[in-house]
Design a protein. Structure first.
Lengths: 150, 150
DNA sequence: TATTGTTATACTCTATAACTATA
DNA sequence: TATAGTTATAGAGTATAACAATA
């Protein structure tokens, strides 16, 4: 090899470039609503379902129990979620949205929708479909199902 | 709207899902060489060019001066870069690769190449081209040129 | 006064592991 | 012993701002 490949030679570089821009913009807009991207994913995961154990959330969100605990602490402090004891197992408990949390989800979803439009409406419909299809191929191949936070 | 859009409804979600997987795998492999993704980008930016001022690096890498200072401190400690005074301006100085740093870059580039193959060779050539083209459209539209770190 | 660069502070996310309480 | 969850620690990234030295 004559010279080591440069940063832009890799698809992953371009992927991160666009992904980070979208995520950072999303994070900035969510910040005005007082939540982070991780908190949005957490709240959305709780929306429309019954009380969930932290361990289940850790599994579906691809985070450790410790990370879920910290996130839950913040959301409890913001009174967007609430904790309840599990009567069957005194070690365990469940998390669910408060009324304020339930009200918040559609507001946050609207922000996510706005980001989608702002960033991806420059693509022709066929292009956006192609992007989604290619990303699905890559995700499926790796068995990715966790919720991306960064 | 009947129900707030779900996490997977947004292209940005799928973008982060794949981008994070690639980056985290890349970070894990770089870790064995004792560097982070940010350090790789830093080192590659210094490769093949003359001594560079931290402020210039901050600009090209899209990081603050403070972040560049911290990165530079780590790379100095690892003896992969060196600092030199600027004789024309006593406030300023420049950064450049040490011999060890120059030797390291091709090794790290090979890791980046391996990641490229591992993740993206599942795509047909036309698909990979389409992905690169679509990402370019999105990056150009936003004037993105910074080096993505996450 | 403005600029170069360092340093300090603070916050998010990540990972590991020690720990408590209960099973 | 094993499991549910919390808490502690540490590292990497982000951002803002105070600061020293020099222009």
């Amino acid at each position: 090899m004559l010279s080591p490949s440069h940063l832009g030679a890799h698809t992953g570089y371009h992927l991160r470039l666009v992904s980070n821009a979208v995520s950072q913009d999303f994070a900035r807009r969510l910040e005005r609503e007082g939540v982070t991207v991780a908190e949005w994913a957490f709240l959305r995961s709780l929306y429309g379902v019954g009380p969930i154990a932290p361990s289940v959330l850790a599994e579906t969100m691809g985070m450790t129990k410790g990370a879920i605990s910290k996130l839950a602490d913040r959301l409890l402090a913001k009174e967007l979620i609430e904790r309840a004891d599990n009567p069957d197992d005194k070690r365990a408990h469940t998390l669910s949205l408060t009324e304020a949390g339930r009200d918040k989800v559609p507001v946050l979803a609207a922000i996510a929708d706005a980001i989608e439009t702002d960033y991806f409406s420059v693509l022709a419909p066929g292009e956006r479909d192609a992007l989604r299809r290619i990303l699905s191929i890559l995700a499926d191949r790796r068995g990715l199902s966790n919720i991306p936070i960064n």
